[in-house]
Ligand binder design. Structure first.
Ligand code: BG6
Length: 493
C-alpha cells in the first residue's frame, strides 16, 4: 500500500459483535473488497470477538456464507482463500474484564509481540459501548504506545440529548476525540459526498445557492421496506431517532453549509456544526404545526410491537436555518417505512421568475434534483419554448446518471469508504461529539412534545402510500407540495 497515512505497522481490526448481521452483511464484504483493490494496509488481520463460540475456521466459514449471500460484487474462491487466513476469532463476554485481558494476550500473540495499530469496531448496540471501552481501558489496550488506537462506534449514538452527552463523557474518559469515529453510513455514500462536489467543485451553483434564489428545499428518505425483523429494536425508537437525528440532518448540513476552507475533518465538521447551531430548536407550539408523526396501518400487529405502540414510522418536519444565507427558506424533511418507493432525494426548488413576458403561461419554477439513491444522479428542470407554438413553454430536463457517466457498479458500498477512512485516520466523514449533541438538541424538543403531550396526534397511513394526508398539509399550508412524484417522472425518462 503506498498511502503515506499507513505507518507500515501491522494493523489489527477487532470487531465486537463479530457474529452479528452487520459484520456478515457489510463489514466483511467491504473489507474484502478493499483487500481486492489493494487498499487495506499491507500487513493486516481481522479478529472477531463475540458471545458465539467459533473456531477460526468456523468463523471463516460463517463469513464465507455471508459473502455468498450478501456481497454485491462477484468474487472468486481463489481471492477469498487469499483473504480468509487474515480472519481470526476470539469468543468472550463484553462485560467480563477477564475476557478482555485474554483478548489482549491473544492480540499480542497474533501481533508477534510487536508494535501494531488497532482499530476497534463496535458493531453493537450503544448500551454496550461503555462496558467495552472500560474493559479495553482497564486492560491497557487503548494507549497509543507504538501504534495508533482507534474506535469506530456504530449508530445510534444515544437515544436523546442527555444519553448522548453521557455516552460522550464515558468514551472521552478513555479516548481522545481524535481516536473516535462515530459512523453515519449516509456519509459514506458516494452521492452524499457528491453534494459537496456539486456545490464546491463548480462555480455555477454557489452564486444562486441562497435565499435570494431558492424558494425551499425538500429532503425525502423514503423506504419501501418495513421493519425487516428489527421490530425489537425499532419499537420505542421510531423514525425520528432512527433516521432524522443522523441521516436527514446530515443531508441538510451538506446542502446548507458554507464552503469549508479545506476538506479536512475539522474544517468540514466545523461548518456542519454551524448549520445545526443555526436551526432554532422548536417550541411545543411549533412542534404542533411544523411536525407530522404517523404510523403505518397494521404496525401494531407486527411481531414484537406493542399492541398500543405510538412509535412513529413516518415523520415530516419543517425547519429553518436562521443565518444570512437561508433565513426564511423552509427545509422540509420527511422519512418513513413502508412507503410507495425506496428513494432518497434532495430537491431544491428555485424561485419563480419575478415577471413574465409569456402571459398565457403559469410559470414553473426550476428544480434541481439530487437523486442519492437508487437512480443515482442529478437532474435540472427548466423551461423551454415548445416548438411550433407562439409563446408556449414546456418543462425539459438536463440530467446526469452515475451508471451512464461512470459505468454500472461504479458506486462502492458506503462502509468501504468509511472503513478505509478510519484505517487511514481521516475523520471527515464521521460525526464529532458536538455535532451529535447539537443534532440531538434539535430532535429532543420534538420527541418530548410528541411523547409527553402526544401533540400533534399520531396520523395513520396506508402501507405503500407516500404517507399520511397530514404530510401533504404541512407543505400545502405554505402553498407548496412534495415534488418527488414529478421528480421520479423526470428520472424515469
Ligand atoms: C439505518 C436505519 O440507519 O438506515 C434503518 O437504522 C434504515 O432503519 C437504513 O432502513 C436505511 O439505509 P439505506 O442505506 O438503505 O438508505
Amino acid at each position: 500500500m503506498n498511502n503515506p497515512s499507513y505507518n507500515g505497522l501491522l494493523t489489527t481490526i477487532i470487531i465486537f459483535g463479530a457474529s452479528g448481521d452487520l459484520t456478515q452483511r457489510k463489514l466483511i464484504p467491504s473489507l474484502f473488497n478493499l483487500f481486492r483493490k489493494r487498499r487495506t494496509p499491507k500487513k493486516f488481520q481481522i479478529v472477531g470477538f463475540g458471545g458465539t463460540v467459533f473456531t477460526d475456521d468456523q468463523f471463516r466459514e460463517h463469513l464465507y456464507k455471508g459473502m455468498k449471500q450478501f456481497a454485491e460484487y462477484e468474487f472468486t474462491d481463489e481471492d477469498w482463500n487469499i483473504f480468509a487466513p487474515n480472519l481470526h476469532y476470539h469468543p468472550g463476554k463484553y462485560t467480563e474484564t477477564g475476557d478482555f485481558a485474554k483478548l489482549g494476550e491473544a492480540l499480542t500473540k497474533l501481533e508477534n509481540n510487536d508494535n501494531a495499530n488497532r482499530l476497534f469496531y463496535m458493531a453493537l448496540p450503544p448500551t454496550l459501548f461503555p462496558a467495552i471501552i472500560d474493559n479495553l481501558n482497564a486492560t491497557n489496550q487503548l494507549h497509543e504506545n507504538g501504534g495508533w488506537r482507534r474506535v469506530v462506534l456504530e449508530k445510534p449514538f444515544g437515544t436523546d440529548l442527555a444519553s448522548a452527552i453521557e455516552l460522550n463523557k464515558q468514551v472521552h474518559k478513555a479516548l481522545n476525540e481524535n481516536q473516535i469515529y462515530r459512523i453515519d453510513h449516509y456519509l459514506g455514500k458516494e452521492t452524499v459526498q457528491n453534494i459537496l462536489f456539486t456545490r464546491f467543485a463548480n462555480t455555477i451553483f454557489e452564486p444562486i445557492w441562497n435565499r435570494n434564489y431558492i424558494d425551499h428545499v425538500q429532503i425525502t428518505v423514503a423506504e419501501k421496506v418495513g421493519l425487516e425483523h428489527r421490530a425489537g429494536f425499532y419499537d420505542g425508537v421510531g423514525v425520528l431517532r432512527d433516521m432524522f437525528q443522523n441521516h436527514l440532518l446530515q443531508l441538510l448540513t451538506l446542502v446548507a453549509m458554507e464552503p469549508p476552507a479545506s476538506f479536512s475533518a475539522s474544517h468540514l465538521r466545523n461548518e456542519k456544526v454551524k448549520v445545526l447551531s443555526a436551526i432554532q430548536p422548536m417550541t411545543p407550539e411549533q412542534v404542533a404545526v411544523c411536525s407530522v408523526r404517523a404510523q403505518y396501518k397494521g404496525y401494531r400487529n407486527e411481531e414484537q410491537v406493542k399492541s398500543n405502540s405510538t412509535t412513529p414510522t413516518y415523520a415530516a418536519l419543517r425547519l429553518f436555518v436562521n443565518n444570512w444565507r437561508w433565513k426564511g427558506v423552509p427545509f422540509y424533511l420527511r422519512s418513513g417505512k413502508n412507503l410507495a418507493e425506496k428513494t432518497t432525494q434532495i430537491i431544491i426548488q428555485f424561485k419563480e421568475p419575478p415577471t413574465t413576458m409569456f402571459p398565457m403561461q403559469a410559470m414553473k419554477p426550476n428544480i434541481l434534483v439530487l437523486s442519492l439513491q437508487p437512480d443515482e444522479g442529478i437532474h435540472l428542470r427548466f423551461e423551454a419554448k415548445a416548438p411550433d407554438t407562439v409563446n408556449e413553454t414546456r418543462s425539459v430536463d438536463m440530467d446526469f446518471h452515475y451508471d451512464e457517466a461512470f459505468g454500472k457498479s461504479a458506486i462502492p458500498e458506503a462502509y468501504e469508504r468509511l472503513l478505509l477512512d478510519a484505517l487511514q485516520g481521516d475523520a471527515s466523514l464521521f460525526t464529532r461529539a458536538d455535532e451529535v449533541e447539537t443534532a440531538w438538541s434539535l430532535i429532543d424538543p420534538i420527541l418530548q412534545t410528541w411523547e409527553t403531550h402526544q401533540t400533534p396526534s399520531l396520523a395513520v397511513y396506508r402501507p405503500g402510500s407516500w404517507g399520511p394526508p397530514e404530510g401533504y398539509d404541512l407543505l400545502a399550508r405554505d402553498g407548496r407540495r412534495w415534488l418527488n412524484e414529478e421528480a421520479s417522472m423526470m428520472l424515469d425518462k
